[in-house]
Design a protein around this ligand. Structure first.
Ligand SMILES: Nc1ncnc2c1ncn2[C@@H]1O[C@H](COP(=O)(O)OP(=O)(O)O)[C@@H](O)[C@H]1O
Ligand SMILES: [Mg+2]
Length: 312
């Protein structure tokens, strides 16, 4: 890897040079510390000119998102440092790392939610389907419909179950009439695995549902405007284990239709739901790779320390 460390710039040709270790694709996933099959192959910090170079393959074929050299500042605070990563279609990407490492900040870059935070500044390039999301011509409302978001705490609007889902399609003019709107609401609730539980009480307040149901309602609300990606920031952390399992099953179903980026503090959850995992530490993307490989054979010392529970 010395050839990589000696390079000073981080363009797309050098990003790919650190290949994932040749973990066999069907290697059994074992998230227990004892499950790691061998010592990390490299423990070097990959520091070049003060920058940390990500270990693993940050690129994917035919990416939906291509993020390059993304930095985020809150005033003087440098919260995201030169992060480059692709997000693939039909994949679930898990973002893990200690509290405060920048997971939520990076997630918010993807639909320009950091624009809403006073003092936040984002630099670098983020392409969605090859188009720069920071382009002056990019309509932010449209962007946020394409890149839906689900938060840690379910946050249904103070409206009926029906209106929670109908709201987005209505403001985006996706339904010609009430019949079409009804159809969108039903389809979205079905896809979110909630229809059977709420079909007889669509006029009840969204907030009358249980926490897990509210979170599925928020997912239905995101789905209703035909997104390409759903961002989820610790979507299960306020839910009990049964509601969590329900959401995890749903994520697995949804990935056939949407790319999903999920921030989670649960490594077990990352291992269960994702195909790729990105490990962040103090604003840097330390390592990214196939989830099985990250949890069985981490290559960076910091990743290994985190997944074996030495800190975090
Ligand atoms: N609105 C904000 N203003 C100032 N600093 C912030 C803001 N949001 C987050 N930060 C800081 O940025 C860093 C990354 O935070 P965050 O993205 O929330 O981390 P994580 O989601 O991994 O816990 C932390 O040091 C945090 O204190
Ligand atoms: Mg967070």
């Amino acid at each position: 890897m010395s050839n990589v460390e000696s390079e000073s710039s981080m363009d797309t040709s050098t990003i790919e040079t650190q290949r994932d270790a040749a973990a066999s694709p069907d290697a059994g996933l074992n998230v227990k510390p004892s499950g790691r099959r061998s010592a990390p192959s490299s423990v070097e910090a990959h520091v070049t000119g003060g920058e940390i170079r990500t270990v693993g393959t940050v690129t994917v074929d035919n990416p939906l998102f291509s993020c390059r050299d993304v930095d985020v500042f809150y005033g003087e605070k440098h919260a995201i440092k030169r992060v480059s990563i692709d997000i693939g279609r039909g994949e679930v990407l898990a973002m893990i790392g200690p509290s405060g490492c920048g997971k939520s900040t990076f997630l918010r870059c993807l639909n320009r939610m950091n624009d809403t935070i006073a003092g936040a500044r984002v630099t670098g390039t983020i392409l969605l389907d090859g188009k720069d999301i920071h382009d002056r011509k990019q309509d932010v409302v449209q962007l946020r419909a394409r890149v839906g978001m689900v938060f840690q705490k379910p946050n249904p609007f103070p409206k009926s179950i029906y209106e929670n889902v109908a709201y987005g399609p209505r403001i985006h003019g996706l339904a010609a009439d009430r019949v079409e709107l009804d159809e969108i609401v039903q389809t979205s609730l079905r896809r979110a695995g909630l229809w059977d539980e709420v079909k007889d009480r669509l006029s009840h307040p969204g907030t009358s549902l249980s926490g897990g149901q509210q979170q599925r309602l928020c997912i239905a609300r995101a789905i209703a405007v035909n997104p390409e990606v759903i961002l989820m920031d610790e979507p299960c952390s306020a839910l009990d284990p049964i509601a969590t399992a329900r959401i995890e099953d749903l994520i697995d179903e949804l990935r056939a239709s949407y790319a999903i980026v999920i921030v989670t503090h649960s490594m077990q959850q990352a291992a269960r739901v994702s195909q790729r995992t990105a490990y962040f530490h103090l604003g840097s993307l330390i390592e990214v790779g196939e989830t099985d490989r990250i949890f069985t054979n981490p290559r960076h010392k910091l990743t290994e320390d985190y997944i074996t529970g030495r800190f975090g």
